[in-house]
Design a protein around this ligand. Structure first.
Ligand code: UT7
Length: 325
């Protein structure tokens, strides 16, 4: 049955120039390069400088994605930005990106699902496109987690980084089968009972401050593999596809051990797994579009490839989406 699909027309990303190594963090908190690499796989992360904000990173990534798609902001009618570190409580970062692109039409809003934000944003934009409400959507994941870290807490400050990534989705007709290009299925989950395992201890409606990230890392780790593998299996089932057919697995980049364990449990060969956590750290909602863009630009992800994205984050929220590139 012919159906509308949201096809990826282009992608882009942006990382702030300042790269911070594990060795540099050894001078800040009681940690070691050996501990960070062994427990997480992280070797370095990028940190936003003065004058850089989530929206400026997002605008740079959006411009790169538009250029890659051969389009301008005039061609876009929806901007969805996934972020948990907005420049301001309001207006949304999406409207700031919209303005930064010189776009005065269409609609723009943020989606907040912490590290799962990009999967949520893709799912939302896909629904607008398939409902005929938007023709081309810019989906951005942008974060400056460095601004909400407690730089005296070694259990969290070594884990995160800043950056942004974006894709342009375009309505195209498909046959309604898994051979179509575009977003084939997305499954979203959340369970607020786990909200205190990963949260920010401030906010406008509670403390009237921004607050700092707090995480029971071991607890998050305990749930992560089971939750993401369940939701990935649900996407395989919904699309009638299997791990063998996947070209690339592009997971949220929080911890190499979680990524490896998830891939192994799903029966996905390690050489199909895209890893950027070693050089980006955990950039929350930006991690998947940053990893996608890296794998497209180095020639791994090509037109027609079957790509699974997945994430788990604060809330807990978790989700997965299957995209034929
Ligand atoms: O993106 C959203 C989702 N978030 C995640 O997926 C994060 C999930 N969790 C993790 O990635 C891991 O749990 C961590 C990397 C956060 C921690 O690794 P772990 O193997 O679970 O370590 P742990 O928390 O059990 O800590 C082991 C030890 C502790 O010392 P004791 O109590 O055994 O003496 C910590 O105090 O390591 C200590 N430790 C550190 N040591 C050196 C904690 N942080 C550090 C550090 N440097 N930075």
């Amino acid at each position: 049955m012919r159906t509308l699909r949201s096809v990826v027309r282009g992608c882009g990303s942006y990382l702030p120039p300042r790269m911070v190594s594990n060795a540099e963090l050894e001078g800040l908190v009681d940690t070691s390069d050996e501990w960070i690499v062994q427990r997480t796989g992280i070797r370095a992360r990028h940190i936003a400088g003065e004058g850089e904000t989530t929206s400026t990173l997002g605008i740079a990534a959006a411009r790169a994605a538009l250029a890659d798609a051969g389009l301008t902001a005039d061609d876009i009618d929806l901007v969805v930005c996934a972020t948990s570190t907005p420049d301001h409580t309001f207006p949304s970062t999406a409207t700031m990106i919209q303005a930064g692109l010189g776009m005065h039409h269409g609609a723009a809003f943020d989606v907040q699902a912490v590290c799962t934000g990009f999967v949520y944003a893709i799912s939302v934009a896909d629904k607008f496109i398939r409902a005929g409400e938007a023709r081309r959507a810019l989906v951005v994941g942008a974060e400056t987690f460095s601004r909400i870290l407690d730089w005296e807490d070694r259990t969290t400050c070594v884990l995160f980084g800043d950056g942004a990534g974006a894709v342009v989705l375009e309505a195209q007709e498909g046959e309604g089968t898994s051979a179509d290009r575009g977003v084939l299925a997305a499954k979203l989950r959340s369970d607020g009972r786990y909200r205190e395992k990963l949260y920010v201890d401030g906010g406008p409606g509670s403390t009237k401050t921004t607050g700092h990230l707090r995480m029971e890392g071991r607890e998050v780790f305990r749930f992560a593999v089971g939750m993401v593998t369940d939701v990935v299996e649900a996407v395989f089932e919904a699309t009638g596809t299997s791990a063998d057919e996947l070209s690339w697995f592009v997971p949220h980049q929080a911890n190499k051990r979680i990524i490896d364990a998830s891939a192994d449990k799903l029966g996905i060969a390690r050489e199909k797994v895209v890893i950027t956590v070693d050089r980006h750290g955990n950039t929350s909602a930006a991690s998947i579009p940053l990893a996608l863009d890296a794998a497209v630009k180095d020639g791994r992800v090509k037109k027609g490839d079957l790509v699974m994205i997945e994430a788990i984050g604060g809330g807990f929220t978790w989700g997965a989406a299957l995209i034929r590139w």
